[in-house]
Design a protein around this ligand. Structure first.
Ligand code: SF4
Ligand code: SF4
Length: 547
């Protein structure tokens, strides 16, 4: 145990994940949950046929028994937030993303109309819900699909559920496999519907009036908006309408501006306050919410200089790495999990049978350990355009130059954090942009664009916006870096290593790249950073022997 105390606002999956990892590393963790029980969305709204309640409750119990203090029915307001910040060393905000905004359909005072998350919660609490025989679920996100499947599981052969959306089924935002399962289970799809109003009789839903969406567009953020709507009004009959609108995190104990984070970090603009899960990501998957909780825990551990993880990262030997790379070239087929037949899906039993112990062990052994070494792009490129190289994970220091006429001082406070031992560079001259690496990249990257790009061909490099050019001429080896419109040149000959850019020329130590002498081309007094030397050192060491 250490002396540090952390509080987590929100006992959902992300908050519990953060609490678990911090607790395992010796922190005292209090979790404040507004609801009467922890678990958040996963307990409230993920249908039991997708994830069994007993599995969720078992995990929560394990976290509680490990020593995490979960305090339920506690709402954090701005006063309490300030008090708690003084009392604890760090805060993790994980309040989720589940507050529904008002629907475009006005159903005020009408029975048989539900918001999707409320509906899922009612069903999960085993409360009685009368749906009639003809249910419409309006929306296209994961909550809408969950609600449609849940309604159909309740109705069974006694009724029909329709998913009603403003666009075509191909453009709906929900996960593709959930959409496929929904269609397989018999949910009817009604596309291109722009709802006008609910048809009601004695405050009971009777149907929906709508116009047809004739044209729509998707903007660069993925939001879909109708462009052209028919003049004619149509109607559909329904007994129950469930709508899934847009959701927000609705954090009201702190100004939204204060919650912004920098890329690669979960630290907000407030000291020692971190944010993650749905509160940061918006609508997201359980896995990403759990990962955010773990990453926040790691960031807090790092800040406190407590880096022992419950399961320390495994350092592989050279032989194990070689074995792993061989394994990546062999295809091992995944276990096919058994589905419950469609005609038997009229209850809330899991529709996909969990793995047996033997299957789970087999699946775990198929893991290619991409977090240790991936290099998938290296192995799938038909042109051998990627070069993998190793580097020591460490925080490299960036030189800052203070100069006054002929005097200069080098200080090193800023850092470049190298997290991964195994790195990849793309030889751009050999890439014909076939896209194979993008298809296979397990992290959905675009490796031939994302990775540092290396050229040997001067003409091709000239047309690039960024990248490196490596050349040789007799004893001279030269690496040129183009970044943010600026060129930096590193030249090595038999007796010197020279760095040059628009601001200066520096003589560097050939082994350490430390600055031995520098001539400044600009004003007589000032300061500037030279991250280029640190970045070029990494690339030069990796590729210098290629020419
Ligand atoms: S896009 Fe380029 S780097 Fe990627 S696989 Fe194709 S040739 Fe190789
Ligand atoms: S870019 Fe993608 S495929 Fe290449 S090493 Fe990284 S994660 Fe793997």
């Amino acid at each position: 145990k250490n002396e540090k105390k952390i509080y987590v606002i929100g006992g959902g999956i992300s908050g519990l994940s953060c609490a678990w990892f911090l607790n395992q590393a010796g922190f005292a963790v209090d979790v404040f949950e507004a609801d009467a029980y922890p678990g958040g969305m996963v307990v409230n709204s993920v249908p039991a046929f997708r994830l069994e309640d007993k599995s969720i409750l078992r995990d929560i119990e394990r976290i509680r028994k490990s020593g995490v203090n979960i305090i339920t029915k506690t709402v954090v307001n701005s006063k309490k937030f300030l008090q708690l910040r003084k009392k604890y060393d760090s805060v993790f905000i994980s309040t989720g993303f589940q507050v529904a905004s008002i629907s475009i359909i006005d159903g005020t005072g009408c029975k048989n109309i539900f918001e999707a998350i409320d509906f899922l919660k009612i069903v999960k609490q085993n409360k009685n819900v009368e749906l009639g025989q003809n249910v419409a679920v309006f929306g296209g996100g994961n909550h809408a699909v969950d609600a449609a499947r849940t309604a159909q599981h309740l109705l069974g052969a006694n009724g029909v559920t329709s998913l009603v959306c403003q666009y075509t089924i191909n453009d709906i935002k929900a996960d593709k496999e959930e959409v496929a399962a929904m269609i397989e289970e018999g949910v009817n799809i009604v596309e291109m519907v722009f709802p006008i109003q609910i048809i009601r009789e004695d405050n009971h839903v009777k149907g929906l009036e709508y116009r047809v969406v004739e044209q729509y567009e998707t903007n660069k953020n993925g939001h879909i908006k109708p462009l052209k709507i028919s003049k004619t009004i149509h109607s559909l009959e329904f007994d129950t309408i469930i709508f899934s609108g847009s959701y927000s995190s609705n954090i009201n104990f702190v100004e939204p501006d204060q919650l912004k984070t920098k890329e690669g970090s979960l630290l907000t603009r407030m000291k020692n306050v971190y944010i993650g899960g749905g509160a940061r990501l918006g609508e997201t998957t359980l896995i990403k919410a759990i990962a955010d909780g773990r990453n926040a825990a790691l960031e807090i551990m790092k800040k406190e200089n407590i880096l022992q993880l419950p399961t320390p990262e495994k350092i592989l030997t050279e032989e194990e790495i070689a074995e792993l790379l061989l394994k990546k070239n062999k295809r091992e087929i995944a276990v096919k999990q058994k589905d419950v037949p469609i005609e038997e899906r009229n209850n809330f039993e899991a529709v996909i049978h969990p793995l047996t112990k033997t299957q789970a062990i087999y699946e775990a052994k198929r893991c290619l350990q991409c977090d240790v070494i991936c290099n998938v792009c290296v192995s799938v490129c038909p042109n051998n355009a990627f070069i993998g190289f190793e580097i020591k994970p460490e925080e490299l220091l960036i030189p800052t130059i203070y100069y006054n006429n002929d005097n200069f001082k080098v200080s090193k406070k800023k850092r470049l954090d190298i997290k991964q031992k195994y790195q990849v560079i793309c030889v751009a001259d050999w890439c014909n942009e076939c896209g194979n690496c993008t298809t296979f990249c397990p992290t959905a990257g675009t490796p031939y664009k994302d990775k540092n790009r290396l050229h040997f061909d001067k003409a091709a490099f000239k047309n690039e916006g960024r990248g490196f050019l490596l050349s040789t001429d007799g004893d001279l080896k030269q690496l040129i870096m183009k970044k943010d419109g600026k060129l930096s040149v590193l030249s090595l000959n038999w007796d010197a290593l020279i760095f040059e850019n628009d601001d200066c020329m520096a003589v560097l130590d050939k082994n350490t790249f430390e600055i031995e002498h520098i001539d400044i081309f600009t004003d007589s007094k000032g300061t500037f950073d030279l991250p280029e030397i640190t970045e070029m050192k990494i690339i030069f060491n990796a590729v210098e022997n290629l020419v």
